[in-house]
Design a protein around this ligand. Structure first.
Ligand code: GLU
Length: 502
């Protein structure tokens, strides 16, 4: 394998959504391939027809592409090693299975579900690890079933599976890139089913055949597949093939260190996309679940290009990686802080246009959808939003009239003379020639000082009237961005609705 060009694969089953663990597996395979100038492939493992979900394949690939993980070869883009969907490769598995039957590495098994279950229960009762009891192992393979009986069953059309015969008294050894040397005793390995009664191969059989035929140099996948390795390696040996190198990634854990589960939060990448997380933040976050650049590096924010440059399998740890959403939220904020206005405008404009379809705005559309206006909103809100969409949703007062006023804040901030003072102050605002933050601030101070009042006496009511809420960016700058006409309209309309509550 020395000098061979790196080929890696992500091999999801189309059973629904993309799990965050799946995204990490895909990402590490992608990063490693790209770093080594190799090829990254997507192969769809749909041999379990009962779990197949319509449309899942397309969605998986779409979500990966959203994350920037683009395959060089895939069902959608083709390639020299296709087909890339296992259900389209049944004749291939069939051919290799025949070879194993001929070579006495595999045998027919006619045991029924009930029989297998009975056997399993019996073994558990006896304190044994449940394993197939080899009832159907043929005579010529060391069992007790004459070939005539097997032929008879086949002729009668009795349903069967095909099992591999695990050799007795051998130990299977391999070197995992992340875990180091791993050894299994064959006594612990079951005679794995290779072909199911529906004529489809099992995951184990199909993935070994395909990993070999598609010429992968490295298999990078989750730790849950580690116990399957000895079966896979035996298959490689039966065929006389050289196995690829393997790396099993650490488990993902909840913050309480239990295995990552739906019960403690979202595990579907699509859920995070829906909530508004950006692809950059998610990729960065997922990359750090098990990998770090090493001592001496304080860097936490990485672009995809930087990840490609710095990633190495040697720096993936064995210990479980804690999935901490606070870290993801922090990264999301870092991205928003550092993105250019143009980039952010490109994201938020379509969201705003969508809102404008649903809701009427009293502000001139050509102004509030202009790049100039949006970049002012962005600069005011950059430090305050957690997601890009919040430039619209969390700050809707930049585009729409407040439809309610924070009641608690009104109670706290309205005094008996507030509305009268505001009516007078409106006249001053109206007379301002330049409606700038500076001028608004100066005129407010000038207005309240002779009355022995502090600016805060009107700052809070002005904020509530113009935004509906009691928090936000600097009031004066916010009013400047909203513009004179909008601000005056909102104050005048608002004080008709709000009054001192005693
Ligand atoms: N289809 C398997 C899965 O869904 C792939 C495991 C592997 O990478 O070998 O995770």
């Amino acid at each position: 394998m020395v000098g061979k060009r790196v080929r890696t694969r992500f091999a999801p089953s189309p059973t629904g959504y993309l799990h965050v663990g799946g995204l990490r597996t895909a990402l590490y395979n992608y990063l490693f391939a790209k770093k080594m100038n190799g090829t990254f492939v997507i192969r769809i493992e749909d041999t379990d027809q009962t779990r197949k979900v319509e449309g899942a394949q397309k969605d998986l690939i779409k979500t990966l592409e959203w994350a920037g993980i683009i395959a060089d070869e895939s069902p959608e883009h083709g390639g020299d090693f296709g087909p890339y969907v296992q259900s389209e490769r049944l004749d291939i598995y069939d051919k290799y299975c025949r070879q194993l039957l001929e070579d006495n590495h595999a045998y027919y098994c006619f045991a029924t579900h009930e029989e297998l279950e009975e056997n399993r229960q019996l073994q558990i009762k006896q304190g044994l690890q449940p394993k197939y009891n080899r009832k159907w192992l043929p005579e010529e393979m060391g069992g007790s079933v004459p070939s005539s009986q097997i032929k008879k069953k086949l002729d009668e059309g009795v349903p069967y599976v095909i099992r591999m015969k695990v050799p007795d008294y051998v130990s299977v050894w391999f070197e995992d890139i992340i875990r180091g040397p791993v050894e299994f005793d064959s006594a612990t390995i079951d005679d794995q089913v290779l072909m199911k009664s529906d004529g489809f191969p099992t995951y184990h059989f199909a993935s070994v055949i395909d990993d070999h035929l598609m010429d992968f140099t490295h298999i990078i996948r989750g730790e849950e597949w580690l116990p399957s390795m000895p079966k896979h390696l035996l298959l490689y040996e039966f065929f006389g093939w050289e196995p690829p190198k393997v790396a099993h990634l650490p488990l993902l854990l909840n913050p309480d260190r239990s295995k990552l589960s739906k019960r403690q939060g979202d595990v579907a990448v699509e859920d995070y996309v829906r909530k508004g997380y950006s692809n950059d933040a998610i990729v960065n976050f997922v990359a750090m679940l098990g990998w770090n650049e090493g001592e001496g590096s304080e860097q936490e924010v990485y672009s995809m290009d930087q990840l490609v440059e710095k990633f190495s399998l040697e720096r993936v740890g064995k210990a479980g990686a804690v999935f901490n959403v606070d870290k993801l939220n922090w990264l999301e904020k870092q991205y928003i802080k550092s993105r250019s206005s143009e980039d952010l405008i490109a994201v938020i404009k379509p969201i705003l246009l969508g809102e404008l379809e649903k809701k009427e705005s009293l502000m001139p559309r050509e102004i509030i959808t202009s790049d100039a206006y949006l970049s002012q909103v962005i600069e005011l809100m950059r430090e305050r939003v957690g997601f890009e969409h919040e430039f619209v949703t969390f700050s809707s007062y930049f585009y729409f009239e407040p439809d309610s006023y924070d009641e608690e804040a009104v109670k706290k901030r309205w005094a008996a003379d507030t509305n009268a003072l505001l009516r007078d102050f409106v006249l001053i605002l109206e007379s301002l020639e330049e409606f700038s933050a500076e001028n608004i601030e100066a005129s407010l101070k000038e207005f309240v000082a002779p009355k022995g009042l502090k600016a805060a006496y009107l700052i809070h009511p002005l904020r509530i009237l113009s935004s509906g809420v009691s928090f936000g960016p600097s009031l004066y700058h916010m009013l400047e961005v909203l513009g004179k006409e909008t601000v005056l309209r909102r104050i005048v309309k608002g004080i008709e609705k709000i009054s001192f509550q005693g």
